[in-house]
Design a binder for this molecule. Structure first.
Ligand SMILES: [Zn+2]
Length: 311
């Protein structure tokens, strides 16, 4: 058994033969999941972490289970720093793989150089620098290492972001969803599409996976998937209807958020994301101009405090 602090610091567990999930803490802001797939001709890493310390812990654990095997490929499921800041700690011989929109988005992202003052305590990324994917794709891509395959697939539309990928290991029946799925953590769609996030729930269910590794929160068995998908569906519909009635009443996204009864979702980590998600929903169904920094300022105001992180 792992102790609580070991779990908080991250744990690498084998979820199927030669496939591992890296899970950390409660999955709140900047605390992500990642993964490892063993191959006979080098291994395939799924995502890195937000900070140097967390990524080094991940890579130590990877080295402990696969001491002789190099990381040949690393898939970035999307551009966000919790999944990409550690890229620069990977060997130069590792090819980083991501969707073309993911690479373009990361190229423009400035958070690794100067984190905006929205979180408390302020995240310390450590000694990491921006490293972009060297391999991009549009629809789908298959990575091969010996007889191991990892299918990297884009939903075909914006969802969590515009450049999301899932990584599917067909022989092991494991699906890494990136942040298309949050398990008992508030979903986030502000840089993607509420409509697409709803649509991709059915799409993810079509993969023949017995184990599902979400971007945040605990690993799921197949029999838990429908419940978790339904919870996402309910949450997205709640945001949609809050946006529709807010727009009809002439409310700002912040005002609409304050009037939204979150019910069971109120107790999930990062509940203030309702504000960020409403900013996106407004932009999708009205002429509201989406502004990332204004959305975060509203989220801080709603939260009546900076956003909590333990990164
Ligand atoms: Zn994430």
């Amino acid at each position: 058994m792992s102790t609580q602090s070991e779990i908080g610091d991250g744990a690498l567990s084998e979820v199927a033969p030669r496939v591992w999930a890296w899970t950390q803490g409660d999955g709140s802001w900047w605390i992500n999941n990642a993964g490892l797939v063993a191959g006979d001709d080098g291994d395939i890493l799924i995502d890195t972490c937000a900070t140097e310390v967390r990524t080094r812990r991940l890579l130590e654990q990877v080295n402990a289970v696969r001491p002789e095997s190099p990381i040949r490929f690393a898939v970035n499921t999307h551009l966000h720093g919790d999944h990409t800041h550690g890229n620069s700690l990977l060997p130069s011989t590792t090819s980083i793989v991501g969707h073309s929109q993911m690479r373009a988005g990361l190229a423009e992202d400035t958070i690794i150089d100067a984190c905006p003052p929205f979180w408390s305590p302020p995240p310390d990324w450590g000694n990491v620098t921006k490293r972009l994917p060297s391999v991009t794709y549009e629809d789908r891509l298959v990575l091969h290492s010996g007889s191991t395959e990892v299918h990297v697939v884009h939903p075909g539309y914006a969802a969590h972001t515009t450049g999301d990928s899932v990584a599917f290991v067909p022989t092991a029946g494991v699906l890494f969803t990136g942040d298309l799925l949050f398990h008992d953590v508030t979903p986030l769609v502000f840089m993607g599409s509420l409509d697409g996030a709803l649509r991709c729930l059915d799409w993810m269910a079509e993969f023949d996976a017995s184990v599902i590794v979400p971007g945040h929160g605990e690993v799921l068995e197949r029999q838990e998937l429908q419940t978790v998908l339904e919870s996402h569906r309910n949450y997205y519909r709640l945001i949609q209807s809050a946006a529709e009635s807010g727009i009809a009443s002439g409310l700002s996204p912040l005002e609409a958020a304050k009037r939204t009864e979150l019910g069971d979702f109120a107790t999930l980590p990062d509940a203030e994301r309702v504000v960020l998600n409403l900013h996106r929903a407004y932009a999708e169904i009205s002429d509201w101009k989406f502004d990332l920094f204004a959305a975060f300022e509203d989220a801080v105001q709603y939260n009546q405090a900076l956003l909590a992180t333990s990164v």
